[in-house]
Design a protein around this ligand. Structure first.
Ligand code: ASP
Length: 413
């Protein structure tokens, strides 16, 4: 039996089924189980049976010419990499980004019932390698596609930092068409992959009336529907579950039923054609998101000030606090023209620095309350404001520019 073959292994009365991976230990066979985890088994003590010879890829295959269908809207797919564009590399046992947007379309025939596609590879990276300059290139690429007549945009992206990209695009673009970011938690060659359902729901959202930057991913662990999350209100809340993405401090914009492809909305949203395309693709990359932990040194703030950072977002405790010995650092940063925005490690709820002495002292030192923004959204917004509207940072950080702040938070979210 060879790498990539599917086998069943019986050991001590338990039967495991999976795909053979490289093993570093002599005499041990390593298999990738259907749930994506690898186990190693002592080959001498196990009974192995071949279930299926290795297939190059179970679902993905090389580009084939796409059918152009009369009457379907034109959608552009921009690929950036991530698990949705990946398969297991049987040489290393790791998951690597290997597919372009057009290969993703070729592999999911249902997509062709929804729209006609034009595809472009922008990056082929895992999203932990994203950075501010890549967000800028992506925003400009989205704008080019809209100017070329795309009626909706799909961006395929790694899930780890998808919410940063969604927030960055939300501030950089005012869009007359939907811009939908989609990924998958499990690569397409795994039986439990969420790649096709997420892609089909993303395409459905891309031709809808919701002209906002959104993230479309599994809504539950089963295959019923995908949630459409506003790009400035969403967080990856689980490392591996298919329904890892959740809207924070707000209900999702809506959901797409996988079977019927009907969309139900739960929020007021910007409608198709409501605004003209506007691109303000500038970001100040020298901003930091600093998590305060009990007992951590106030020198941390001095480090960023001394290194000429232009803005700092603090992830404080509870309502938005740091220890008293950090307050001098907030004052110093503010006096040196470096805004310090306070968000909360709680993620849910709103900053209120008027309740306790610490908060009041932080405000007196110059801290800006980040309202009910997620820390990463506050970071990206600060990058955008510093690059585009530097004189208004203090006031605009507390006002909604792209749905990132609401003034009352329903108790149900
Ligand atoms: N590390 C991967 C990425 O963010 C994970 C994923 O795509 O789900 O690119």
């Amino acid at each position: 039996m060879d790498l990539g073959d599917r086998i069943s292994v019986e050991r001590d009365g338990t039967c495991y089924e999976g795909v053979i991976m490289p093993s570093r230990r002599e005499g041990y066979v390593v298999i990738k189980l259907n749930n994506g985890y690898n186990i190693g088994l002592d080959a001498a003590k196990s009974r192995m049976q071949l279930v299926q010879k290795r297939q190059e890829s179970l679902t993905m295959h090389k580009d084939r010419p796409l059918q152009k269908k009369e009457g379907l809207p034109q959608v552009s797919i921009l690929s950036t990499g991530g698990t949705i564009a990946s398969k297991v590399d049987y040489r290393t046992g790791a998951v690597t980004s290997q597919f372009s947007a057009s290969e993703i379309i070729s592999a999911i025939p249902e997509l062709e019932e929804i729209a006609n596609y034009r595809s472009r590879v922008i990056y082929q990276i895992l999203s932990e390698n994203m950075r501010a300059e890549y967000w800028i290139k992506l925003a400009n690429s989205v704008a080019e596609e809209i100017n070329e007549g795309a009626k909706g945009i799909i961006i395929t992206h790694g899930t780890d930092t998808m919410m940063y990209t969604a927030a960055a695009l939300s501030f950089m673009l005012k869009t007359p068409v939907p811009v939908v970011i989609v990924g998958s938690q499990r690569s397409s060659d795994r039986p439990s992959s969420d790649a096709s359902m997420n892609a089909v729901c993303a395409a459905t959202a891309a031709i809808s009336d919701i002209a906002e930057v959104s993230i479309v991913m599994h809504g539950t662990t089963s295959d019923g529907y995908c949630s459409i999350h506003r790009g400035t209100r969403v967080r990856k809340m689980h490392t591996s579950r298919r329904d890892a993405f959740q809207s924070m401090n707000q209900q999702p914009l809506g959901k797409v039923d996988y079977l019927t492809r009907k969309i139900e909305t739960f929020q007021a949203y910007r409608h198709r054609g409501e605004v003209d395309l506007e691109v303000t693709a500038n970001l100040e990359p020298k901003c930091a998101l600093v998590k305060y932990t009990p007992g951590s040194s106030p020198e941390i703030l001095n480090y960023y000030i001394d290194k000429s950072y232009r803005g700092i977002v603090l992830e404080g405790t509870g309502l938005g606090h740091v220890a008293s010995d950090w307050i001098a650092g907030i004052k110093r940063a503010t006096e040196e023209g470096i805004p310090v925005v306070v968000t909360s490690q709680c993620l849910r709820g709103r900053i209120c620095d008027l309740v306790y002495d610490t908060g009041r002292d932080m405000l007196a030192a110059g801290a800006i309350q980040g309202e009910d923004m997620l820390p990463e959204v506050a970071l990206v917004k600060l990058m955008w404001l510093l690059a585009n509207r530097p004189d208004e940072v203090r006031s605009l950080m507390r006002k909604p520019l792209s749905g990132e702040i609401s003034y009352s938070t329903p108790i149900t979210v």
